[in-house]
Structure formats: structure tokens, C-alpha cells
Design a protein around this ligand. Structure first.
Ligand SMILES: Nc1ncnc2c1ncn2[C@@H]1O[C@H](COP(=O)(O)OP(=O)(O)OP(=O)(O)O)[C@@H](O)[C@H]1O
Ligand SMILES: [Mg+2]
Length: 226
């Protein structure tokens, strides 16, 4: 089943001599449960694409459909709610709230959405991610890898259909990066979630089922793995 589709997506910044075609006619589809890596040199449009996929920014032209809903047809309010329920974001700099402990950080998105926290599910998730002993720790007492795992748990807490990750292992060493992505892969398989992950790390990209390469805002080539 197709969970994500992008059709003739363009994102232009500036105008005339300052015009930047950050995305220049990108089309792609992703099936439910797929793990896709997006690679490409700096400035090739990776983050711009991820932002469009998550409805964090509006395209100049083109359509993005996530779980059967076209993002461009939604109001900001609808989008906010849709994002909270369907999409989990993981960014490079974790974005944990410093005054909340690990558990509170993880359940916050569910609580913000007015949902009931599924205690058993969250506990299982934290156990899978090796965070059980850190439930009440504050973020500043955690290592980078631990903070990243908390950010992953938070992204998964609402059981989103899609996980969008922008260089989630950018601050981690190579062994920790592979562990963290391995865990993400395991948890996403358990819940049939789809992952779209930007990475500069070739080893991490190889862990994906498919690699999409962006160059100058265009899709350059696709490789199948697995
Ligand atoms: N808000 C903006 N205003 C103007 N130009 C922008 C804006 N955001 C991105 N760009 C430009 O769009 C292009 C693509 O940027 P993007 O952030 O998507 O690259 P990237 O592939 O994620 O790069 P990196 O690997 O360095 O993170 C770049 O040329 C960038 O300068
Ligand atoms: Mg980027």
C-alpha cells in the first residue's frame, strides 16, 4: 500500500538572479513499511524535501499525499493535528525539552494531542530503546546517543504511520549511529511504520531498503537493496 506520494514537487526560493530551485520537479512514492534513505550533497534539497513531506513548509508547485490526504488541501490547524497523529519527526539536534524528564518528553506529543498515554506500549518502546533505567533522568544527564534514542521514542510514541528523520545520527559516532538506526528499524517493523531518513553516512544509508539520491533539487538515481 502506498503511504506517501509526491508529484511534480517544486520549491523555489528567491527570484530572478537569486532564484534557488531547492526542489525541481520531484516525484516519488513510498509504500507502507518501507525504509527509504535520502542522500545527496549539501544543498541538494534533502531537508527541503523532508519538510514538504511533513507539511512543515509549502511547495511552490506540486502535491504531497500522506496516508491518503493531500497536505496542500488542509488548513494549518488540520495540518498540525494530522502531523501529530500521523508523522513522527526526528531531527539531528534532538529538541528535547530540558525541564522534562525522559518519560515526560516521550509522552508529551500524545498528551498535547489530548490522547490517552498507552503505558504498556510506551514502556515496551523505552525498553526496546534501552532507556528503562533512564525514565526519570533529565536530558542534560544523558549522552548524545541516549538523547537521540529519547527523540526516537518521542517520535514513535503516538505510533505515527511515517517517521521523517533529518540526519538523526549526525552527532553520533559510527557504532552508536548504527545501533540507533538498527533500533529504529526494529521498532518500525514491529508497527509497520514507514521511515524516510536523510543521511550523509553511507553505512546508515545501506541499512535502508531503498536509497534516493538528490542532486540540485532533482532525483538522480534509485538503488534497491535488501
Ligand atoms: N529558507 C530558505 N531561503 C532561501 N533558500 C533556502 C532556504 N532553505 C533552503 N534554501 C536553499 O535551498 C537549497 C536546498 O537546501 P536544503 O536545506 O534542502 O539542502 P540539504 O540537502 O538539506 O543540505 P545539507 O546536507 O547541507 O543539510 C540550498 O541551496 C539552500 O540554500
Ligand atoms: Mg539538510
Amino acid at each position: 500500500m502506498e503511504i506517501l506520494s509526491v508529484s511534480h514537487l517544486k520549491k523555489y526560493y528567491g527570484s530572478n538572479e537569486t532564484l534557488v530551485k531547492a526542489l525541481d520537479d520531484v516525484s516519488l512514492t513510498v509504500s507502507q513499511g518501507e525504509f527509504v534513505a535520502i542522500v545527496g550533497s549539501s544543498g541538494s534539497g534533502k531537508s527541503t524535501l523532508l519538510h514538504m513531506l511533513g507539511g512543515l513548509d509549502h511547495p511552490t508547485e506540486g502535491k504531497v499525499t500522506v496516508a491518503g490526504r493531500q497536505l496542500q488541501e488542509m488548513s494549518e490547524r488540520e495540518l498540525t493535528i494530522f502531523r501529530r497523529r500521523k508523522i513522527g519527526f526526528i531531527f539531528q539536534d534532538y529538541n528535547l525539552l530540558p525541564l522534562l524528564n525522559v518519560y515526560e518528553n516521550v509522552v508529551l506529543p500524545v498528551q498535547l494531542d489530548g490522547g490517552k498515554v498507552d503505558q504498556k506500549f510506551i514502556e515496551g518502546l523505552l525498553e526496546t530503546l534501552g532507556l528503562t533505567s533512564k525514565l526519570y533522568a533529565m536530558p542534560n544527564c544523558l549522552s548524545g546517543g541516549q538523547q537521540q534514542r529519547v527523540a526516537i521514542a518521542r517520535a514513535l510514541a503516538a505510533r505515527p504511520a511515517i517517521i521523517l528523520a533529518d540526519e538523526p545520527t549526525g552527532n553520533l559516532d559510527s557504532k552508536t549511529s548504527q545501533d540507533v538506526v538498527g533500533l529504529l528499524k526494529v521498532t518500525s517493523r514491529m508497527y509497520n511504520q514507514t521511515i524516510v531518513m536523510i543521511t550523509h553516512n553511507q553505512e546508515i544509508a545501506q541499512m535502508a531498503g531503498r536509497i534516493i539520491r538528490l542532486e540540485d533539487g532533482k532525483i538522480h538515481g534509485r538503488n534497491a537493496h535488501d
